[in-house]
Design a protein around this ligand. Structure first.
Ligand SMILES: *[C@@H]1O[C@H](CO)[C@@H](O)[C@H](O)[C@H]1NC(C)=O
Ligand SMILES: *[C@@H]1O[C@H](CO)[C@@H](O)[C@H](O)[C@H]1NC(C)=O
Ligand SMILES: *[C@@H]1O[C@H](CO)[C@@H](O)[C@H](O)[C@H]1NC(C)=O
Ligand SMILES: *[C@@H]1O[C@H](CO)[C@@H](O)[C@H](O)[C@H]1NC(C)=O
Length: 308
């Protein structure tokens, strides 16, 4: 029993793996389906494949606000109302497809102003107009037509989340009445053009290249070549030569009087000098540079002073 069943299990295991993988794939597919069909979102006018491409792009632009909830209180005369607004989600699952809901402060009666299954989106350079149609019908105004909410989203990069306000309600027309809301958001802003000029791009590239050169060269010298101390700098001898050349050039071009300073230093050994002066002066450096041959070990500060 024992050995036989053990061998059986061993033979079955590839099939078990296949089944496990299949189950996993099925579970993933179900999760994805649930995510797509689970929550209602803005439905644009037209069948799925005939929706406006621009409007679909705009829906993507609203992405960061998706599902956000806003509200505002409005007092008009003796009445007060609270308006709740959600971006492409139901304000309340009890009110089907509700995108903007008005609550009467006195009676707590809820009226759907606009529904997310009848969404329209329009944009300009720095604003997006979100329209929810198909709200509850007016009682006596506006020829009993369905209510409609217009939400004007203006570009504001520092928008606060409490900027949602009711701008105005038009209901003294025969038709095409609406509730107009306003809010600020950064999603309505045009894409920020980069302020980098060609010069700064070049500068950044150049300094990156230098940084990579120094770090990469340092690592190479240290890890591959096995250099120690100052020798870890990439092409150390070359830069030293260059530093000496520059120092000589400077000496030749800039100096107006013949130099007699080295005489004063000649008595002092270079080693003592380096000990006595932790941060060597320009004078000391040029003296040392003058005397030291190429490739000899100079204090690092001298090299940089000479190059500066
Ligand atoms: C709205 O009106 C009701 C009833 O009159 C009152 O209880 C409530 O405090 C009011 N709300 C606001 C925000 O004014
Ligand atoms: C939107 O949803 C409401 C409530 O479910 C429904 O009465 C209406 O017909 C829907 N509109 C469209 C265009 O499907
Ligand atoms: C509206 O948005 C689209 C997509 O983001 C954009 O390409 C277009 O330029 C915008 N329209 C205006 C008038 O800015
Ligand atoms: C707005 O933001 C503040 C703090 O960032 C938070 O406390 C508040 O709940 C937010 N309000 C809404 C309606 O999201």
């Amino acid at each position: 029993m024992g050995p036989a069943s053990g061998r059986g299990r061993a033979r079955m295991s590839p099939f078990c793996h296949a089944r496990a993988v299949l189950l996993l794939l099925l579970a993933m597919a179900m999760v994805m389906a649930a995510e797509q069909g689970g929550e209602k979102s803005c439905d644009l006018v037209g069948d799925k494949d005939k929706e406006s491409k621009t409007e679909k792009d705009l829906l993507k632009k609203l992405g960061p606000l998706m599902g956000a909830r806003f509200h505002t209180d409005v007092v008009s005369g003796t009445e007060n109302y609270t308006y709740e607004f959600r971006v492409c989600r139901e304000v309340s699952s009890a009110l089907a497809e509700s995108g903007v809901v008005q609550t009467n402060g006195k009676t707590q009666k809820k009226t759907v102003i606009g529904r997310i299954n009848e969404t329209q989106i329009i944009n300009g350079s720095d604003w997006i107009l979100l329209i929810y149609k198909g709200g509850d019908s007016y009682g006596s105004h506006c020829l009993y037509e369905k209510r409609k909410a217009l939400i004007m989203i203006s570009c504001n990069r520092k928008a606060r989340n409490d900027s949602f306000t009711m701008a105005w309600e038009e209901r003294n027309k025969e038709q095409e009445c609406f509730y107009l809301f306003e809010m600020d958001s950064s999603v309505a802003c045009p894409p920020e053009d980069s302020h980098l000029s060609i010069g700064s791009i070049l500068l950044i590239t150049f300094s990156s290249v230098i940084a990579v050169y120094i770090v990469g060269g340092f690592l190479y010298q240290r890890l591959v070549v096995g250099a120690k101390g100052m020798e870890q700098f990439p092409h150390f001898a070359f830069w030293q030569d260059l530093g000496n050349l520059v120092a000589d050039g400077c000496d030749f071009v800039c100096r107006s009087k013949p130099r007699n300073a080295p005489a004063a230093y000649r008595g002092v050994g270079d080693d003592q000098l380096a000990l006595a002066l932790p941060a060597p002066s320009q004078q000391g450096c040029s003296a040392q540079l003058h005397e030291a041959g190429a490739g000899s070990s100079l204090p690092a500060a001298c090299l940089f002073l000479a190059a500066a």
